[in-house]
Design a binder for this molecule. Structure first.
Ligand SMILES: *Cc1c(COP(=O)(O)O)cnc(C)c1O
Length: 363
C-alpha cells in the first residue's frame, strides 16, 4: 500500500505504521464485537485482559526477554523513570552514570535527589562514547542511555560490567529497533512515543532480583514490586496506548525485509536506512553529522547545514516536498531526522533525494 501522507521525521511523539493507524480507526467504535472502543473498556474486564496479555507476550517474544525479567507497563515516561529507578534500585546508596548526551545528563541530575551520583565518564563535545569509565564496585547500579535521541549517539554493543553491579539502560528511543543482550542488563526502560506507540505508556523490563528494595518514599504506584505483583494493574494502566502498542508488536512480528522476518527484518531495515542517510551526509560538502561512525544512532540523525542562515529555507522547502518535522533540537541546532521503525525505506530515499536537490540549488 503506497501512502499519500507526508513522511514524518519527528523525534517523538513520532510516526506510526500506517496499517496500525488504519486498524485503530476501523476498530474505534466497536472493538471485536464488544460494542465499545478500547478507551471505554474496564481495564479489569476480559476484553482488555486479552489485549494486555497479548501485548506482553508479543513484546517478550520479539525481544527474547528471559523468564527472570518482569515486563511492566507503567506511566510517567522516561523522565518519570529517572526518579522511579533510583527510588527502586539505589537503596539510597551509590549510582554511577555515564553521560553520553542530554538524556543521560538529565538522568544523573534527577538521581542526585535520591542517591550519591557520580559521573563515570562524559562524552562532552567529542562525539565519541568515552572508553574509560570511573566505576565504583559498590554502586547500586550503573546508568547508561543506549540511544541519545537529541545528540544522535547509540551504543552498538552493551558494556560488560564488573560482576554484581546491575546495568540500567534508558532505551526510550530505540526500543524494538534491534535485539537487547539481556545477559548484560539489570533493568531497561523506555517510553512508547518514540518507536512503539502513543505517548503515556512506559515499558520497564526488570530482573527479578532487583525487585523489593524500594525506598519508603517511593509511591506505591511506582514501586516495581507492587506493579509486578499486580500484573501492571495496581492502578489503571494506560489502556489505549497498550492496545496500540500491541498492534505495533503484531506489525513488527509480521514485517518481512531482505529475506528476514520480525525483529531481524526491522533491524536490517534500520541498518539500511541509516547507512543510506549517513552515506548521503558524508558524501556531501554541504551537510555534516559530527558523531563518530562507531556510535552513530540508527534512529536519530542530527545534521548541520554549511550555512545556518539556510535553515528556515531548508525546513520550508522540505515541508513542501512532503518531509515533515526535520528541525533539530534547540540545544544542538541544525536538523535532525528521526528514522524510527515505522519510517519506511522510501521515506529515507525521499529525504536523501531532497538533500541532493537542495545542495545542488543552494550549495
Ligand atoms: C524522550 C526521552 C525521554 C523522556 O521521555 P518522556 O516520556 O518525555 O518523559 C527520556 N530518555 C530518552 C532517551 C528519550 O528519548
Amino acid at each position: 500500500m503506497t501512502s499519500a501522507r507526508p513522511f514524518n521525521f519527528a523525534p517523538g511523539p513520532a510516526t506510526l505504521p500506517e496499517p496500525v493507524l488504519r486498524q485503530v480507526a476501523a476498530e474505534m467504535l466497536d472493538w471485536h464485537g464488544s460494542g465499545m472502543s478500547v478507551m471505554e473498556m474496564s481495564h479489569r474486564g476480559k476484553e482488555f485482559g486479552s489485549i494486555l496479555e497479548a501485548a506482553e507476550r508479543d513484546l517478550r517474544e520479539l525481544l527474547a526477554v528471559p523468564a527472570n525479567f518482569r515486563i511492566l507497563f507503567m506511566q510517567g515516561g522516561g523522565l518519570g523513570e529517572n526518579a522511579i529507578v533510583p527510588m527502586n534500585l539505589s537503596r539510597g546508596g551509590k549510582v554511577d552514570v555515564v553521560v553520553t548526551g542530554s538524556w543521560s545528563r538529565k538522568s544523573a541530575a534527577e538521581a542526585r535527589r535520591y542517591a550519591d551520583v557520580q559521573i563515570a565518564a562524559d562524552i562532552g563535545k567529542t562525539g565519541v562514547i568515552p572508553r574509560d569509565w570511573a566505576l565504583r564496585d559498590d554502586a547500586a547500579y550503573v546508568h547508561v542511555c543506549t540511544n541519545e535521541t537529541i545528540d544522535g549517539v547509540e551504543f552498538h554493543e552493551l558494556p560488560q560490567l564488573a560482576t554484581g553491579v546491575p546495568l540500567v539502560i534508558d532505551v526510550s528511543s530505540h526500543l524494538l529497533s534491534r535485539p537487547i543482550d539481556w545477559s548484560r542488563v539489570g533493568l531497561a526502560f523506555g517510553g512508547a512515543q518514540k518507536n512503539i506507540g502513543p505517548a503515556g505508556m512506559t515499558m520497564v523490563f526488570v530482573r527479578d532480583d532487583l525487585l523489593g528494595h524500594a525506598l519508603d518514599i517511593c509511591p506505591s504506584a511506582f514501586n516495581y514490586e507492587t506493579v509486578a505483583a499486580n500484573q501492571s494493574m495496581f492502578n489503571t494502566p494506560p489502556t489505549f496506548a497498550i492496545y496500540v502498542a500491541g498492534l505495533v508488536f503484531q506489525w513488527v512480528k509480521g514485517l518481512e525485509y531482505a529475506g528476514k522476518r520480525g525483529l531481524a527484518a526491522i533491524e536490517q531495515r534500520n541498518i539500511d536506512k541509516a547507512a543510506l542517510l549517513y552515506g548521503a551526509l558524508d558524501a556531501s560538502g554541504f551537510f555534516k553529522n559530527h558523531i563518530d561512525p562507531s556510535c552513530r544512532s540508527r534512529m536519530n540523525v542530527p545534521f548541520l547545514l554549511k550555512d545556518d542562515r539556510l535553515n528556515e529555507t531548508f525546513l520550508a522547502e522540505a515541508k513542501s516536498a512532503g518531509l515533515l518535522s526535520l528541525k533539530g533540537h534547540k540545544s544542538v541546532g541544525g536538523m535532525r531526522a528521526s528514522i524510527y521503525n515505522a519510517m519506511p525505506l522510501e521515506g529515507v530515499q525521499a529525504l536523501v533525494g531532497f538533500l541532493k536537490d537542495f545542495e545542488a540549488r543552494h550549495g
